[in-house]
Design a protein around this ligand. Structure first.
Ligand SMILES: [Zn+2]
Length: 225
C-alpha cells in the first residue's frame, strides 16, 4: 500500500502545499484473533454439567450413546474449567486445542466398539490412552513453529486432564498410563478428580473481575495465552 499523506497544519499555514507522510493503518492480518474467557456463572455451569453427567451415569443404566454424550460433555466442561482457571483471555486456536485434547482421544474407542482389537488388548482402554500419546505430542510441540507450539502443548495438557478424569471413573478399570511398558490400569478415587475440579473452579472464580465473552480481537496486549 503506498503511503498516504496528510497536511501539516504548520506548513499548511505557510504555504498550504507541503504534505507529510502518515503510516498506513494496521493490516487486519496484524491483529490478534478472537479470544475466549469464561465468566463465573459459566464456570459454575461447567460444574453443573459435570455433576449432572456423573450423577446420571451413576444413578441410571443409560444406553452407551447417552453415556458417551454425558461423559464427553463432562470432559469438555473439565477442559473449560482448566481454561477458566488461567484467568486470562485465551486465543481461539488454544481454546479449540484444549477441547480437541479433551474430547478427540475417545475416538480411539471406535475400533473396539466395531469389534476390532487393534488398539486394545489386555489394557483397560485403548493404547492411545497412555502417556506415550502425551509424549509424542510434546515432542511434536518442539518440532513445530513457536506459535503452534503452545497450541500443541495446550492440547497435551488437556489430554492429561482427560486421563485424570478417566482414572477417577467410579468402578472403572483405569488408564494404562505406562503402556507399552505395562498394561496395568491406574485408578484414582473420584474424590481426587472432584478436588482438582474444585481447585480449578476456585482459582477461576477468585480471578474473575469482569464478565467475559467471545470477542473479535482484544484491546489488551498481554495476559493472553
Ligand atoms: Zn477417555
Amino acid at each position: 500500500m503506498p503511503p498516504s499523506f496528510e497536511r501539516s497544519s504548520r506548513d499548511d499555514r505557510r504555504s498550504g502545499q507541503v504534505l507529510t507522510p502518515v503510516p498506513p493503518p494496521l493490516r487486519p492480518s496484524g491483529r490478534r484473533g478472537p479470544s475466549w474467557r469464561l465468566s463465573s456463572r459459566e464456570v459454575l455451569i461447567c460444574v453443573a454439567v459435570i455433576a449432572a453427567a456423573d450423577l446420571s451415569m451413576w444413578r441410571w443404566k443409560l444406553p452407551l450413546g447417552v453415556q458417551a454424550l454425558l461423559d464427553e460433555s463432562a470432559h469438555g466442561a473439565t477442559g473449560a474449567a482448566m481454561l477458566a482457571a488461567l484467568g486470562i483471555d485465551v486465543e481461539m486456536p488454544v481454546v479449540l486445542a484444549v477441547f480437541a485434547g479433551s474430547l478427540l482421544i475417545d475416538l480411539d474407542h471406535l475400533p473396539g466398539l466395531l469389534g476390532s482389537g487393534a488398539l486394545q488388548q489386555g489394557t483397560p482402554r485403548p493404547y492411545t490412552h497412555s502417556l506415550l500419546t502425551v509424549s509424542v505430542m510434546l515432542v511434536a510441540a518442539f518440532l513445530v513453529s513457536r506459535r503452534r507450539r503452545k497450541i500443541v502443548i495446550a492440547a497435551a495438557v488437556a489430554l492429561v486432564l482427560h486421563f485424570f478424569r478417566d482414572m477417577a471413573e467410579p468402578g472403572g478399570s483405569g488408564v494404562a498410563l505406562l503402556w507399552p511398558v505395562s498394561d496395568r490400569g491406574y485408578v484414582i478415587g473420584y474424590v481426587w478428580y472432584a478436588a482438582g475440579l474444585a481447585l480449578l473452579v476456585t482459582v477461576a472464580i477468585a480471578g474473575r473481575t469482569s464478565v467475559p465473552h467471545i470477542r473479535g480481537g482484544s484491546s489488551r496486549g498481554d495476559g493472553r495465552f
